[in-house]
Design a protein around this ligand. Structure first.
Ligand SMILES: Cc1cc2nc3c(=O)[nH]c(=O)nc-3n(C[C@H](O)[C@H](O)[C@H](O)COP(=O)(O)OP(=O)(O)OC[C@H]3O[C@@H](n4cnc5c(N)ncnc54)[C@H](O)[C@@H]3O)c2cc1C
Length: 672
C-alpha cells in the first residue's frame, strides 16, 4: 500500500484524479498531496464570460481545499522533479526549496500561454488563462470606452474602440463574441459612443475559423453570424508583431487598437520543459496507460501530456473534457498497479464540442448531432452549469446569468494600485510612444533601436524631427520633473524596445540618486533649447541644408565584423583614424569601433585574432543622407559626438560616409 501519492496541478485533470483516488483509498490508507500555486481551480471555459462581464470572477474559480476536503492541498509551486529519488522539489512558503517523497506521482500541471510567438506579444498582448487575466481584460475594455468618450482626437478614438483578437480557435472565437456583445452593450451609457463605433477584429491564420469542429457548415454558420454582429474577420493572415498601438500582419497590413487579445495556444510549463523524458514539442509523450516510459510510478495527463486514445487511435485534444477523463482513468490505473493488476490504456468516446459565438448563439457537435443558434447556446450554458464541480458555484453562476438577463451591464472597473515596477515595451517603426501634449506618465530608457523626438510648429502645426535618440538614451524626464504635459512627442524611428519606469518610481529614484538628478537636469537644460538657440551663428549657414552636402568618405574603407583585432589596430595606426565603421557584405552599416573600444577590448582580454564583432558598438545611431543637417548638429551637440555615420536612408541603411562636427564648424566660420 503506498504511503503517499503526489499530484502536481489542481486543474481539470488533477482534481478528478485526486477525487477518484480518495474514492478508492481512505485517509488511513494513503496520504494524497495536491500541489497548485493557485489556491483555486480555474474553470477556463467560462473565462470569456468573466471578461465579458456576464458572470463575476469568483464564480469561475473553485477553492481547491473546500472542494477536496480529504486531500492535503499545498499552495506551493513544484520547481523540479527527481525521478531517481522519487521526490518533488517545491518552493516552500518561506521561499526555501524543499523536497517531498512520493510513491506515485501524477503530473497534471497543464500548459502556459505561449506569449513568445511574435515580438511584442508578452508586452502588449492580453492572454486569457487565469481569473486575473479575465478581470484585467474586462477593466481594460471599460477603460478604453471611458477614454474614447472624452478624447477629441478622432484617430485616437478609433484606436481606443478597436479590439483585436489573435487566433480563431474556440477560445479566440468565444472571446471575440463576448467582447463584441459587451462593448456594444456598454455604448448606451456613453454620450458620444454608438454601437457602430465598436470594431472587433479576429485574425486567424487559416481560411476557416474553429478548426476543432468537423462540420464545415457549423464553421460557416459561426463566421456568418459573427460577421452580421459586426465582427471583422481577417483570415489566412499571421500577426508578425504586436505593439502598444496594434498589430502588423505578414502581408504588411496594420490594424490599430490598444487591445490585442492573444488566443494562440499553449506552451509547456517551465516544470515540464525542465523535466527529462520523451517529449514532442515540449509536451510529455505518455504511454497508452498514461505512465511515462520507464517510470513505473510517474503518470502524466491533461494539457501537459500527449496520450493516444484507444477509442480511435488518435492523440487526445487538449480540452477539459479529456483532462477530466484522463484524471479519473489514471487514478483507476494507479489502483490497478497497487493491486498488482494490469493497467488499461486510456479509452474515451468524445461527447462533443460546444462553442459560444456571442449574441446568445453557439455552435455544437454533441454525440455526432449538430446544433446551432439559440438552442446550442442554451445547451452550452446548461452543460457548463452542470459541469461546475460544486453546487455553490452552480448557484452563483445561475444567479449571475439570471441577473444578466434582467439588469443592465455592470460598468464598474477597479484598478488596484499595485506597486510600480519596471516593464519593457516594444514599438514598431512609426508608432508614437507618446504625443506632444500627452500627460507625463513614464520615464523611458532605450534598450534597442532609435526614437525620434518630434515637435509641431506653432503656425503650420506640421511635425518636424528635433533629434534622434539611440540605445542607452532616455526621454520623458522633462515633463515628469516639471509636472506638465510633454512639450514634444516621441516616435519609433526603427523597431524599438524601451524600459519603462512609472512616474512614482522615477521620481523616487531621481530624488535620491544625486548623479542621476544632475544628468537629468543637464539633459533637460539642453533639450529645452532648439539647436539654433544653442548655436545661433550657425543658423544662416546651415539651416535648410541637407546632410548629403557635408558627407565625407572616411580615410579607410569600412570593414566586416569578422575583421580581427590585429587588423583593425593596424588600420587605426596607418590612417590615424578615430573611428572605423563596420558593414556587412551588402554594405549595410552594422557597427563601429573607436580607439576607446580597442582599449576596453584589451582590458577585457581580447587577443590578436579576436573578431571585432565581439566588442564593436552594434547598430550605432546614424542619419539618412537626405535628412536636415540641423538634426545632425543636434545629435552631435547633445552627445558630444565628433562625427556621425551617414546611411542611404532609414529603410536602406547602406553606409555612405560620415559627417564631422569639425567640417560643419569650418563651413560656419567660412560663411561668417
Ligand atoms: C480560455 C480557455 C477556454 C477554454 N475553453 C474550453 C472549453 O470550452 N472546453 C474544453 O473542454 N476545454 C477548454 N479549454 C481547455 C481546458 O481548459 C484545458 O484543456 C484544461 O484546463 C486542461 O486541464 P489540465 O488539468 O491539464 O490543466 P489545467 O486545468 O490548466 O490545470 C493545471 C494546474 O496546474 C497548476 N500548476 C502548473 N504548474 C504548476 C507547478 N509547477 N506547481 C504547482 N502547480 C502548478 C496550475 O496552477 C493549474 O491550476 C479552454 C482553455 C482556455 C485557456
Amino acid at each position: 500500500m503506498p504511503k503517499q501519492i503526489v499530484i502536481v496541478g489542481g486543474g481539470f485533470g488533477g482534481v478528478q484524479c485526486a477525487k477518484r483516488l480518495r474514492h478508492h483509498l481512505s485517509e488511513d490508507d494513503c496520504a494524497i498531496v495536491l500541489f497548485d500555486y493557485e489556491n483555486h481551480m480555474v474553470f477556463h471555459p467560462l473565462l470569456a464570460e468573466v471578461a465579458g462581464a456576464s458572470i463575476h470572477p469568483d464564480a469561475a474559480a473553485v477553492p481547491l481545499r473546500q472542494m477536496l476536503s480529504t486531500i492535503f492541498c499545498r499552495t506551493e509551486r513544484v520547481v523540479a522533479l527527481d525521478f531517481s529519488h522519487k521526490q518533488v522539489e517545491y518552493e516552500g512558503h518561506l521561499g526555501a526549496r524543499e523536497r517531498l517523497s512520493y510513491d506515485h506521482l501524477v503530473l497534471a500541471c497543464g500548459g502556459d500561454v505561449n506569449m513568445g510567438l511574435v515580438p511584442g506579444m508578452a508586452d502588449h498582448g492580453f492572454p486569457l488563462k487565469t481569473i486575473g487575466d479575465a478581470m484585467l481584460l474586462r477593466s481594460h475594455v471599460i477603460q478604453q470606452l471611458e477614454k474614447a468618450e472624452v478624447t477629441t482626437d478622432p484617430e485616437q478614438r478609433k484606436t481606443l474602440l478597436s479590439f483585436i483578437v489573435v487566433g480563431g480557435g474556440f477560445s479566440g472565437v468565444e472571446i471575440a463574441g463576448e467582447l463584441n456583445d459587451f462593448a456594444r452593450k456598454c455604448c448606451r451609457y456613453f454620450h458620444g459612443l454608438s454601437k457602430k463605433d465598436i470594431q472587433v477584429t479576429l485574425i486567424h491564420s487559416r481560411d476557416k475559423i474553429l478548426p476543432e469542429l468537423s462540420s464545415l457548415a457549423l464553421r460557416d454558420f459561426a463566421l456568418e453570424k459573427m460577421q452580421k454582429a459586426g465582427i471583422q474577420f481577417v483570415l489566412n493572415a499571421r500577426v508578425v508583431v504586436i505593439t502598444a498601438n496594434g498589430v502588423r500582419l505578414n502581408d504588411q497590413r496594420v490594424f490599430h487598437g490598444h487591445t490585442v487579445v492573444t488566443a494562440t495556444g499553449n506552451a509547456p510549463t517551465n516544470l515540464i520543459q525542465q523535466t527529462e523524458g520523451p517529449k514532442e514539442k515540449g509536451i510529455l509523450m505518455a504511454e497508452p496507460d498514461m505512465r511515462l516510459k520507464g517510470l513505473e510510478h510517474v503518470w502524466a495527463l491533461g494539457d501537459c501530456a500527449q496520450i493516444i486514445n484507444a477509442y480511435d487511435g488518435q492523440r487526445c485534444p487538449t480540452t477539459a473534457q479529456f483532462a477530466e477523463r484522463q484524471g479519473r482513468q489514471a487514478a483507476d490505473n494507479i489502483m490497478r498497479v497497487i493491486q498488482q493488476q494490469p493497467t488499461r490504456p486510456f479509452y474515451y468516446r468524445p461527447q462533443g464540442l460546444l462553442c459560444s459565438i456571442g449574441g446568445k448563439r453557439a455552435v455544437a457537435e454533441i454525440m455526432g448531432i449538430r446544433v446551432w443558434g439559440f438552442l446550442a447556446w442554451f445547451l452550452w450554458r446548461g452543460i457548463y452549469l452542470f459541469k461546475m464541480p460544486t453546487w455553490s458555484r452552480r448557484i452563483k453562476i445561475g444567479f449571475d446569468w439570471a441577473w444578466d438577463l434582467f439588469f443592465s451591464v455592470d460598468l464598474v472597473y477597479f484598478t488596484p494600485k499595485a506597486t510600480e515596477r519596471l516593464a519593457t515595451a516594444y514599438y514598431q517603426t512609426g508608432d508614437y510612444i507618446f504625443k506632444q501634449n500627452d500627460p507625463a506618465l513614464n520615464f523611458y530608457v532605450i534598450e534597442e533601436g532609435e526614437v525620434e523626438v518630434v515637435r509641431k510648429t506653432k503656425d503650420t502645426h506640421e511635425e518636424s524631427v528635433v533629434t534622434v535618440l539611440g540605445a542607452g538614451d532616455f526621454f520623458g524626464e522633462m515633463a515628469l520633473l516639471d509636472k506638465r504635459p510633454h512639450s514634444a512627442g516621441t516616435r519609433a524611428r526603427t523597431p524599438v524596445r524601451v524600459l519603462v519606469l512609472g512616474s512614482q518610481l522615477f521620481m523616487h529614484i531621481s530624488e535620491t540618486l544625486t548623479p542621476l538628478k544632475t544628468i537629468l537636469m543637464e539633459a533637460a537644460r539642453k533639450r529645452q533649447m532648439s539647436v539654433w538657440q544653442r548655436v545661433p551663428q550657425a543658423q544662416p549657414a546651415l539651416e535648410h541644408k541637407r546632410i548629403t552636402e557635408f558627407v565625407e568618405t572616411p580615410p579607410c574603407k569600412p570593414v566586416l565584423a569578422t575583421t580581427t583585432f590585429a587588423d583593425v589596430l593596424s588600420i587605426f595606426n596607418e590612417h590615424h583614424m578615430e573611428v572605423v565603421f563596420v558593414v556587412d557584405e551588402a554594405g549595410l552599416l552594422k557597427g563601429l569601433v573607436t580607439r576607446t573600444d580597442l582599449f576596453n577590448a584589451i582590458a577585457d582580454g581580447a587577443r590578436r585574432e579576436t573578431p571585432i564583432q565581439t566588442f564593436m558598438v552594434q547598430n550605432p545611431l546614424s542619419l539618412g543622407k537626405n535628412e536636415p543637417v540641423e538634426l545632425a548638429i543636434s545629435i552631435m551637440r547633445d552627445r558630444h559626438f565628433k562625427w556621425l555615420p551617414i546611411v542611404d536612408s532609414r529603410e536602406i541603411p547602406k553606409f555612405v560616409g560620415y559627417i564631422r562636427a569639425q567640417k560643419l564648424l569650418e563651413v560656419v566660420l567660412t560663411r561668417l
